[in-house]
Design a protein around this ligand. Structure first.
Ligand code: ATR
Length: 275
């Protein structure tokens, strides 16, 4: 029987995950289908009951359900538990197990760009759900410094306090961060600022960077945010959010099928979808 996979979220119509995963199912001749499900907050519990009844093989979880899904699952991976958010669920013989591949997807994408984290000085911009997943996963790799700059400092403090991996860390205001950008080997932008349609916005003005610095933005629409353009002008290496999106999907696909998929094929498919 055809295996069913999917993604739940609200909104969900623009998700590129169905095209990406269905293309992989075809490429590996798997009898499976991946479907986007528009699930509102009030229908989440019923949706999960329905998924169990249908015997769904696995699914992704996106905004606004990444935290709310947790009490509805049977088991939680320790990293997803620490992050407090789930983006991938595996149905293991009737048990729904929650994972978070956002942070590990991000780090894999970074390593793919020949960037390392160990002993590096890193600045994370933002302190939302994406920042939390990325912060914990980067902390695990042993950076020399892992600072956060966020509009609301309390949220940044919370992430540093909750992180299970101890690393030197500070909370910076925007002016403080902008004044000390030369400190960092790696700057990771995790907020929604600069995303389509507000493409003229940036959470940080880039005046001076450390030679050899790398600036990464998790936004992929547009492919180059204002922050990345400014960083490139100052000589930095840059990376958009395509890698993170592709690798988080690749990790989910591998958990569901046991196949480590062709990353270049996935990247190509996603870029096609973006048009
Ligand atoms: P996600 O889970 O996708 O990361 P989120 O939890 O809503 O989304 O977090 C969004 C991030 O973007 C936060 O760091 C938020 O800053 P606050 O913690 O101060 O809310 C940041 N952000 C969003 N809009 C912003 C704006 N106009 N100015 C500054 N920061 C903004």
């Amino acid at each position: 029987m055809k295996k069913l996979f999917g993604v739940i979220g609200d909104p969900i119509s623009h998700s590129m995950s169905p095209a990406m995963h269905n293309d992989l199912f075809a490429a590996y001749s798997l009898d499976a289908h991946y479907q986007a499900f528009h699930i509102s907050r009030e229908n989440l519990t019923d949706a999960i009951i329905g998924f169990r009844a249908m015997g769904i093989a696995g699914f992704n979880v996106t905004v606004p359900h990444k935290e709310a899904i947790i009490p509805l699952l049977d088991e939680l991976d320790p990293l997803a538990e620490a992050i407090g958010a789930v983006n991938t669920v595996v149905n293991q013989t009737g048990k729904l197990i929650g994972y978070n591949t956002d942070g590990s997807g991000y780090v894999k994408g970074l390593l793919n760009q020949k960037q390392s984290i160990k002993d590096k000085k890193v600045l994370i911009v933002g302190a939302g759900g994406a920042a939390r997943a990325i912060y914990f996963t980067i902390a695990k790799e042993g950076p020399e410094l892992l600072d956060i700059c966020n509009r609301t400092p309390k949220r940044a403090e919370q992430i540093i306090n909750d992180c299970p991996f101890r690393v030197p860390a500070r909370v910076l205001s925007r002016p403080d961060a902008e004044g000390s950008l030369e400190t960092y080997d790696l700057i990771v932008q995790t907020t929604s600022i600069g995303m389509h349609p507000e493409i003229g916005q940036s959470p940080l003005s880039v005046h001076k960077l450390k030679p050899g610095a790398f600036v990464s933005d998790i936004i992929y629409n547009p492919l180059e945010t204002k922050l990345l353009t400014e960083a490139a002008e100052k000589g930095a290496g840059i990376q958009n959010g395509i890698d993170m999106f592709v690798y988080q999907g690749a990790l989910a696909f591998e958990m569901w099928t046991g196949i480590g998929p062709d990353i270049e094929r996935m990247r190509h498919k996603v870029l096609n979808q973006l048009g």
